[in-house]
Design a protein around this ligand. Structure first.
Ligand SMILES: C[S@@+](CC[C@H](N)C(=O)[O-])C[C@H]1O[C@@H](n2cnc3c(N)ncnc32)[C@H](O)[C@@H]1O
Length: 234
């Protein structure tokens, strides 16, 4: 499905929070620092991936580029992909300030990124896949499968909800966000569940499996924050 078709999902149109707006991008890192330890999270991802020397990695939905910049010294090349020009501009600037020169930035998304080089060692995508409805998540995961070498790793972190007590978990998470960052983070979290496409974990498990991944580890924290480490199995 690499050819654009008339009925393809329009992934450049943001749903929920509009990360195309420079005003949103400007506050992103500071607001996320209120509830995430971003550097430590990124380091843990890199430790998990155990990248070989000379590895090539793709970061899908790279946002402000925090992971791509931190990953760059561990890789021969990083491809940082996002549908938001404003995010990419911010991320490019971050890389420049860090003196990092081995990141290629791509204005594209899960459904439109065309990788014109050899299959890659690893894909990382954090808090981005929920921008697609479930059918298109499936297509996106099939594309990620094709992008990876056999045995390549997919690290996926996103808001994914276990079915049991789902509504309580969501309410608990929203309350925790409000505690961490007042009305801004409460409204942010409410809008997430109201307007974006977070799904059940059994759906995500199935989509990963059907796309050809083995789920090596899966962990759900704070009721709704899921981390999957997967391997391309064939
Ligand atoms: C919540 S931010 C996450 C950014 C970063 N990965 C992080 O963990 O902080 C979501 C990002 O996904 C991007 N995005 C939304 N839809 C996308 C798509 N279809 N393909 C790729 N990126 C997308 C947004 O522009 C935004 O930069």
């Amino acid at each position: 499905m690499d050819k654009k078709i008339n009925w393809q999902y329009e992934e450049f149109q943001q749903v929920g929070k509009d990360y195309g707006r420079p005003e949103e991008v400007a506050v992103y890192d500071d607001s996320h620092a209120e509830f995430r330890e971003v550097d430590a999270e990124n380091q843990a991802i890199l430790d998990e991936l155990e990248l070989r020397a000379g590895a090539v990695l793709v970061d899908l939905g790279c946002g402000t580029g925090a992971f791509a910049v931190q990953a760059a010294p561990y890789c021969r090349h990083v491809h940082a992909v996002d549908v938001s020009e404003a995010m990419l501009m911010y991320a490019r600037d971050k890389a420049k300030h860090a003196g990092v020169t081995n990141i290629a930035f791509h204005h594209a998304g899960f459904l439109t990124y065309l990788h014109e080089e050899a299959a890659v060692d690893a894909i990382v995508t954090t808090f981005a896949l929920h921008h697609l409805p479930d059918f298109w998540k499936g297509i996106a995961l099939q594309r990620m499968h094709r992008l990876l070498k056999p045995g390549g790793k997919l690290f996926l972190r996103d808001v994914v909800i276990p079915e049991h007590n789902a509504l309580q978990h969501i309410a608990g998470f929203i309350a925790k966000q409000a505690e961490a960052g007042g009305d801004f983070l409460r409204e942010d979290a409410e809008a997430h569940f109201r307007e974006e496409y977070s799904t059940y974990d059994w759906i995500m498990d199935g989509l990963l499996f059907r796309a050809g991944f083995t789920i090596d580890t899966k962990c759900i924290q704070e009721g709704v924050l899921a981390t999957y480490k997967c391997t391309r199995k064939r």
